[in-house]
Ligand binder design. Structure first.
Ligand code: HEC
Length: 231
């Protein structure tokens, strides 16, 4: 038992790191990969707001449509005009242009949730604030001196950093709860694209557990049956 505890203690730093990233402004996102409605909204929000600059080059439209059980209409809303459903999600911008315009090229986001953690993405999208000293007039608490403009400002409103360190936005199309839900949906979707088999694994996992429970009952009665003759 002592050994087990020692091993668990040794893993603790890794767990802490994996859970929150290394920035004090990272908060918990509470993503839910079983929430298909949220994943669908996130996919649409990503296409509407992010795909102009960021690609998801390891993910295909078809796969998203299948995994999220989208209707034909939902799929056609998702796809930009001249792209086929079997293609990967590319961005409209070349990496060179991105580097020139923003100081750094917008990275591919397929694996971002595994690289940085879902909590990190969620917090990042909530942490833009007005800072006139920056080229785009905004800075970010989670990613200081970031090169990305605050593309969701129209929805969130103008985010002003308060003296107590919180950010309060006003004048946007959404209130604070709606905005939180919106960026949660995007985060949920990006977590799914990082590991699409997770959805499948959870579904299969339930069946495996059900089978084990069933098998336990059979094994129990089998044992009873065998030992009856012995006693
Ligand atoms: C106008 C172009 C543009 C749009 C639109 C855009 N981004 Fe970005 N994004 C960037 C650039 C440029 C960077 C790199 C910033 C840097 O390294 O300083 C970046 C960085 C990021 C990062 C951090 C990547 C890393 O690990 O370094 C995340 C996460 C991200 N963007 C998410 C999003 C999401 C989600 C959306 C849609 C809501 C979005 N971006 C829309 C340009 C854009």
């Amino acid at each position: 038992m002592k050994k087990v505890i020692a091993v668990l203690m040794a893993c603790l730093p890794a767990l802490v790191f994996a859970a929150g990233g290394n920035n004090e402004h990272v908060v918990s996102a509470n993503i839910d990969l079983t929430d298909k409605a949220s994943l669908k909204r996130g996919a649409q929000a990503f296409m509407d707001n992010c795909s102009g600059c960021h690609s998801l080059q390891y993910q295909r439209y078809q796969r998203i449509a299948d995994d999220l059980e989208m209707t034909e209409e939902e799929v056609s809303n998702l796809i930009l005009s001249d792209v086929k459903v079997g293609e990967q999600i590319k961005s409209a911008m070349s990496s060179d242009n991105g580097a020139t315009w923003f100081g750094a090229p917008p990275p591919d986001l397929t694996l971002e949730a595994r690289l940085k953690s879902p909590d990190w993405i969620y917090s990042y999208l909530k942490s833009f604030y007005v800072d006139e000293s920056r080229p785009f007039g905004v800075n970010n608490l989670v990613f200081p001196a970031v090169g990305m403009p605050h593309v969701l400002e129209g929805l969130q409103g103008t985010p002003v950093l308060q003296e107590d360190g919180t950010i309060v936005a006003s004048g946007g199309q959404m209130n604070a709860e709606e905005y939180d839900q919106y960026v949660l949906d995007i985060t949920n979707f990006l977590t799914y694209t990082g590991e699409p088999v997770k959805l499948e694994r959870e579904r299969i996992g339930k069946w495996v557990l059900a089978f084990l429970a069933f098998f336990f009952v059979i094994a129990f009665f089998l044992k009873k049956e065998y030992w009856r003759d012995v006693h």
